[in-house]
Design a protein. Structure first.
Length: 112
């Protein structure tokens, strides 16, 4: 941001400089400033192994592989080969992680 320029509406107004929409633009008032290079990379598999309702990985014949689970970015996504946007993989990671953990614990307890 150019020296002396402030966000429309004052500091922390949560507006882009052109006022077009709500955002998080703020004036930079005190040096020093730091930056890091940012590169695009792989976010997830948008594919990956298929799982059953217990989050167990299944083989090509649809049979579960004992003791092998998948959740989040390492499993075939519920949206197929599409990415829904920021945070779109968090809910499947938490949900299927919980399911996998619960199933693994129950399987371990029944085997004991």
């Amino acid at each position: 941001m150019a020296a002396g320029r402030r966000c429309p509406g004052g500091r922390n107004s949560h507006r882009w400089l052109d006022g077009s929409r709500t955002g998080s633009a703020r004036s930079l008032e005190k040096a020093p400033y730091y930056a890091i290079p940012v590169h695009s990379g792989t976010l997830g598999t948008t594919g990956g192994p298929r799982t059953n309702t217990d989050a167990q990985v299944v083989n090509a014949y649809g049979h579960s592989i004992e003791g092998l689970y998948a959740a989040g970015n390492v499993m075939a996504g519920v949206t197929g080969m599409f990415y829904d946007g920021a945070g779109g993989t968090l809910s499947p990671a938490l949900t299927f992680g919980y399911i996998a953990g619960s199933h693994a614990a129950a399987s371990s307890a029944s085997a004991a």
